[in-house]
Design a protein around this ligand. Structure first.
Ligand SMILES: Cc1ncc(COP(=O)(O)OP(=O)(O)O)c(N)n1
Ligand SMILES: Cc1nc(C(=O)O)sc1CCOP(=O)(O)O
Length: 459
């Protein structure tokens, strides 16, 4: 088995959002073993850079040689290279080992503080960019490298070609993050063929973009280390960075960090949610006769949301496609748990999570007075709302009824209850919704109530 290995040759951001920490998170999120040649220590946070201590160029070079000689480097990236001697040391080591290099031509931190000495600008152009397989300037960096202001997509196209032809990297990506428009469009230019390609993603409205350039270039290096073609590595990096920005972290008082670990965490949490749903479905199947009696006309669903930070909309709630139906008197899930297939139950969950982020699961069942009575006897917190009281403006808004009703029920008991019910309205069947922290907890609560009803009916 080959373990892909990538090296970041970059600075430390004490705030953890950019530099080597962003790079290592990105490498590991993409399944690549990460190594470091540190070029500078910055005393930095989300507001700015307070101090910089450069690392001795010979130590930078020795770090690269040490890891390349022993562990091996499949691809590398550079970030903050602040002086000409550091750049020359890096170029010597890169040429010695011959691994593919992604260059993020870091010039300023997001805060506007400079991260490169003015005298080193020329060395960046003359010594570092020519040995790059891929160079990833943002619009201000592209302006410096191309020698004219980059403000539009047309400017970005022209700049990419000029940088490729004059400074000789194989591929130039002029990133669209600093441009305007409701899409973030990156221009990719291939020097050998003269071909242009574009990468598009919806622009995400957030100020928490510290470390974007670092994570993007690290992701390209990780893709190359994994053996992807440059174009596939670039596409992967665009997907990763879009996710990292979407789930960026509101930390500090300035530009909070992007979140490359979201790439990994989302996958892990999705798998956890499906596992927990399957455990609860087994409980339903083991008690299919009992639960079957309480499946309503509209049928039931059981939902479970991702943890609160990741639960943004209905697509972040897993439920049963085709619902849990009554078949020959028994409760039967129609399919495997899947994200984005519930609107009704998922809407209860997402609303409840606004009040208590731990309550991530719910199941709807048929209304029955005996359920409410047994739940009271078991000490459950029960609340209700009256669908007939729903304001016309709420009724008129698609998808607003359940959030409205759930909020009414929560507010009337001052917390998210175990059970919410309503007695119906014109064309709306009465229903009971059981809520809990996990689907196993929800089904356990439901079974406790149904067993109590059963016991009582025998005496
Ligand atoms: C140590 C260090 N390296 C690089 C940067 C640049 O990161 P950032 O400010 O997020 O800018 P973008 O590269 O994302 O445009 C830094 N601040 N610190
Ligand atoms: C109880 C209930 N009411 C519905 C309505 O449309 O009013 S659908 C429904 C069953 C569950 O739906 P889902 O699969 O969207 O969670």
């Amino acid at each position: 088995m080959r373990i892909p290995r990538a090296l970041t040759i970059a600075g430390l951001d004490s705030g953890g959002g950019a530099g080597i920490t962003a790079d290592l998170k990105t490498f590991h999120a993409l399944g690549v073993y990460g190594m470091v040649a540190l070029t500078a220590v910055t005393a930095q946070n989300t507001l700015g850079v307070r101090a910089v201590q450069e690392i001795d160029p010979s130590i930078v070079e020795t770090q690269i040689n040490a890891v390349a000689e022993d562990i091996g480097v499949d691809a590398a990236k550079t970030g903050m290279l602040s002086s000409s001697p550091i750049m020359e040391a890096v170029a010597r080591a890169v040429k010695r080992w011959g691994f593919p290099l992604v260059v993020d031509p870091v010039m300023y931190a997001k805060s506007g503080d400079p991260l490169i000495r003015p005298e080193a600008m020329e060395t960046l152009k003359r010594v570092i960019i020519p040995i790059a397989k891929v160079v990833t300037p943002n619009a201000p960096e592209a302006s410096h490298l191309a020698g004219f202001r980059v403000e539009t997509l047309d400017d970005a196209r022209r700049a990419a070609k000029v940088i490729a032809e004059e400074l000789h990297p194989e591929i130039v990506i002029v990133k669209g993050g600093h441009l305007t428009g409701n899409e973030s469009i990156d221009i990719v230019y291939f020097r050998d063929t003269g071909e242009y390609r574009e990468l598009r993603a919806p622009r995400i409205d957030t100020k928490n973009t510290h470390g974007t350039g670092c994570s993007f270039s690290a992701a390209i290096a990780a893709g190359l280390a994994r053996g992807l073609s440059p174009w596939d590595a670039i596409k992967l990096a665009k997907e990763l960075i879009t996710t990292a920005i979407k789930y960026s972290l509101p930390l500090g008082h300035g530009h909070g960090p992007v979140n490359p670990m979201a790439w990994l965490e989302l996958r892990a949490y999705r798998a956890d949610v499906i596992d927990e749903m399957n455990k609860a479905l087994s409980m339903i199947e083991e008690n299919a006769d009992l639960i079957g009696k309480y499946i309503p006309e509209v049928q039931s669903n059981l939902g479970y949301a991702l943890p609160a930070f990741y639960a943004r909309d209905l697509n972040d709630v897993a439920a049963i496609p085709g619902r849990i139906v009554r078949y020959m008197g028994k409760a039967k899930p129609s399919g495997p748990p899947t994200f984005g297939v519930s609107s009704h139950v998922a809407s209860y969950i997402l609303t409840a999570m606004k009040y208590d982020s731990e309550v991530r699961s719910a199941m709807n069942i048929k209304y029955d007075d005996r359920i409410i009575e047994a739940a009271k006897e078991l000490g459950y917190v029960i609340s209700s709302y009256d669908r007939r009281q729903e304001p016309p403006e709420v009724k008129a808004r698609e998808g607003a009824s359940i959030p409205w009703g759930t909020e009414q029920a929560i507010k009337s008991v001052g917390r998210v209850p175990d059970i919410i019910y309503h007695l119906g309205d014109w064309g709306k069947e009465p229903e009971i919704v059981v809520l809990g922290k996990s689907p196993v907890e929800v089904v356990s609560k439901l079974l406790a109530v149904l067993r109590r009803i059963d016991e009582k009916s025998r005496f």
